[in-house]
Ligand binder design. Structure first.
Ligand code: ATP
Length: 396
């Protein structure tokens, strides 16, 4: 059987950016790698200004969530003190004895290789794949270095690709100024900016909430949550609403979603949250009501508008606020949403009119639920009637 060919991307990933993923993809294609493992560094005790290891870990996972054949490992992250690539490669070689290892680096890193701990031994453990980098060494310097390292036993190959003009330093600077860098995955940007990893936090308690949500939700649901927060903020900015409130409500909208139905029911009975049997028997509906309760009791939210938005995000509610509409719609149009027939139309309409987008989206949901042979909850029908009325009165 042919040996598995594994790419390794080491880095601080403070934060991970699109350049990292693009170079991994290019390396994968260039030498037919089977997969690439990202290895975020641990927390060097003497280094300051680096986001906490857990945050960088979560962002790496979020950035790779849509990437095929790319994964992250905690191997370096969980090691105490200074982590040497030599030790990592030895461990990988022992663990993956049947694989060939390819270490993917930028051209700037190639020039530093000779300073690495036991670099001559490192050279024997893997092939280095070098990606070009703007502002890095020129072609002559790179070739000279390749030659020098080859003499020491190194296997150094250059990946033929256009340089990707981005660095984590640039991304941190942009985030600190409240900008949204193009070379950052929107969900990673949402995580970093909401928590305030590189500037003031956009949502006061987001750092604490993220840790809890990351533990309580499935990973897929966590990524979806970031997408909803991203879209809710965008809609809030377009429609002149309080963006931090929309973002906060969106972060917590599914906080109860991954509880077992029996747990949700227990919370609902115990706290007399609803007597509605059709809601009590459906996790798809009940999680919004229990989510409101959890947002208040567990996450410490006191803002009624935020709590109402969380509660209204499944069935809607007659009289719901524009903030609640922004959260409801964000859930339907977030960047990671799988395509459904009305998706683009709802996205476009939401930019112009929250009410009209709500009508469109709810009509779509109604059709979908009815097609599945399930009854639509009366509250959705009441909400639709109220929205149509609003639309007629105000013209949207
Ligand atoms: P910082 O700006 O904080 O120094 P960085 O953008 O260089 O960060 P790291 O996490 O330190 O990111 O990089 C991990 C690896 O990816 C390194 O080998 C680095 O050379 C390489 N790398 C990062 N960005 C690029 C890029 N745009 N082009 C080529 N290589 C890159």
């Amino acid at each position: 059987m042919a040996k598995e060919r594994i790419g390794i991307m080491g880095g601080t990933f403070n934060p991970i950016h699109r350049g990292h993923v693009i170079m991994a993809q290019a390396a994968m294609e260039a030498v037919s790698l089977d997969r690439v493992i990202f290895l975020p560094d641990g927390q060097p005790p003497h280094k300051t200004g680096i986001a906490p290891a857990e945050d960088r870990w979560r962002m790496v996972n979020v950035a790779l969530s849509g990437a095929r054949r790319m994964e992250a490992s905690r191997m370096e992250l969980d090691r105490e003190g200074t982590t040497y690539t030599y030790d990592t490669l030895i461990r990988l070689r022992d663990k993956l004895s049947k694989a060939s290892l390819f270490y993917i680096i930028g051209a700037d890193t190639l020039m530093q290789l000779k300073t690495w701990h036991r670099y001559e031994d490192v050279l024997k453990l893997c092939t280095f794949l070098v990606c070009p980098r703007n502002g890095g060494p020129d072609a002559d310097e790179l070739l000279a270095e390749q030659h020098r390292l080859a003499k020491a036993g190194g296997k150094i190959a250059f990946v033929g690709m256009e340089p990707v003009d981005v660095s984590s330093t640039q991304i941190r600077a942009a985030l600190a100024q409240g900008r949204e860098p193009a070379m950052l995955d929107p969900m990673v940007g949402e995580y970093a900016a909401a928590c305030g990893l590189y500037g003031p936090p956009r949502v006061q308690r987001a750092a604490e909430w993220m840790a809890q949500l990351y533990d309580d939700l499935t990973f897929k649901r966590f990524v979806h949550t970031l997408g909803v927060a991203y879209s809710a903020r965008e809609l809030a900015l377009i429609h002149g609403l309080d963006a931090a409130r929309a973002e906060g409500a969106a972060l917590l909208h599914d906080c109860a979603k991954c509880l077992a139905l029996s747990n949700m029911q227990w919370i609902a009975y115990d706290n007399k949250l609803t007597a509605d049997r059709s809601i009590l028997s459906s996790g798809a509906l009940l999680h919004a009501i229990v989510g409101r309760w959890m947002a208040e009791q567990v996450y410490g939210v006191t803002d009624t508008a935020v709590l109402e938005a969380i509660e209204a995000h499944t069935t809607g509610a007659p009289g719901m606020s524009p903030l609640a509409m922004a959260v409801y719609l964000a859930d339907k149009i977030e960047p990671g949403r799988e395509a459904y027939p009305l998706l683009e139309k709802v996205r476009e309409t939401a930019k112009r009119s929250l009410v009209q987008a709500m009508i469109l989206s709810m009509e779509g949901t109604a059709g979908y639920v009815e097609k599945g042979g399930k009854p639509l909850h009366p509250r959705t029908l009441e909400t639709l009637a109220w929205l149509r009325n609003q639309n007629e009165k105000t013209g949207g």
